[in-house]
Design a binder for this molecule. Structure first.
Ligand SMILES: NC(=O)c1ccc[n+]([C@@H]2O[C@H](COP(=O)([O-])OP(=O)(O)OC[C@H]3O[C@@H](n4cnc5c(N)ncnc54)[C@H](O)[C@@H]3O)[C@@H](O)[C@H]2O)c1
Length: 258
């Protein structure tokens, strides 16, 4: 007898789904039976994700939009409800990083990182929650945090601030929306092999091979793969986590264990 992680009949919206963790999460949710809307600024790569989902027999659409803009958040949710007739799962995953200290970061970059990583969760969730109320207790919001939402890290002051905000706003949202049958959890990845991580090596002026070997220094001595994080997203989206809300699921090969 198989364990039931089926999302048949449900609809999911994954932000930042054109790349890395978001793409893997979109694909995983589709493999479990959800119809998936991918929201991203990057149209060509977003279409690639849609094609990957369709190639495994899934149903997907792309919504090109900026998660930090209220009108685009509202239109995205409206488009999902129009297309799929419902919205059960919202993955607030889009994010950006700047490897800077308070002395080297610009005010514009502070505002942009906070807008994309934090304000977007407010805007997307505000748009989505009314639609999720109709899902008979199956609403699940999954916010992508980070190990750096729990510990600090060098040259990443605004990113650390933003991800700590994500982790704690997840708890606050869980308290507010649990009574209406909507669960809110965070998944906090450790270093995962995506475009973002490679961009960090570049920003820090480090060769990828050196950066990568540093990232592997953890109990399970390897980099994370996007699928590692996507499996945690699937757990939090499915009924297997029916009594889990306000949690921060760290998926990092044990990086924060010590
Ligand atoms: N890769 C890691 O090591 C790691 C570790 C911890 C947390 N995270 C978090 O995981 C999430 C996904 O990161 P990733 O590593 O897959 O990065 P990525 O750069 O591969 O993907 C991020 C996606 O978000 C999209 N995006 C950026 N700004 C957007 C906006 N304003 N509106 C809509 N889409 C936007 C990008 O176009 C891109 O497709 C982020 O929140 C990131 O902070 C990543």
């Amino acid at each position: 007898m198989a364990v039931d992680v089926s999302l048949d009949g449900r609809a999911a919206l994954v932000t930042g789904g054109a790349s890395g963790i978001g793409r893997a999460a979109a694909l995983r949710l589709a493999e479990a039976g959800a119809r998936v809307a991918v929201m991203d600024l990057d149209e060509p790569r977003g279409l690639e994700t849609v094609d990957l989902i369709r190639a495994v027999g899934g149903d997907a659409v792309l919504i090109v939009g900026d998660v930090s803009r209220d009108n685009e958040a509202k239109s995205a949710v409206n488009a999902v409800v129009e297309q799929f007739g419902r919205l059960d799962v919202l993955c607030n995953n889009a994010g950006i990083i700047r490897r800077r200290t308070v002395l080297t970061l610009t005010e514009e970059d502070w505002d942009r990182v906070m807008a994309v990583n934090v304000k977007s969760i407010f805007l997307m969730s505000r748009a989505a929650i009314p639609a999720m109320r109709g899902t008979a207790g199956r609403g699940s919001i999954i916010n992508t945090g980070s190990g750096w939402g729990i510990t600090g890290g060098a040259d990443a002051v605004v990113y650390c601030a933003s991800k700590a905000a994500v982790v704690n706003m997840t708890r606050a949202m869980a308290i507010d929306h649990g009574p209406e049958g909507i669960r809110v959890n965070a998944v906090s990845p450790g270093d995962t092999d995506t475009g973002m991580l490679r961009q960090e090596a570049h920003e820090l002026g480090q060769a990828w091979a050196d950066f990568e070997s540093g990232s592997k220094e953890r109990p399970l001595a390897r980099l994370g793969q996007p699928r590692d994080i996507a499996d945690a997203v699937l757990f939090l989206a499915s009924d297997l986590s029916a009594w889990v809300t306000g949690a921060n699921l760290v998926v990092d090969g044990g990086g924060l264990a010590g």
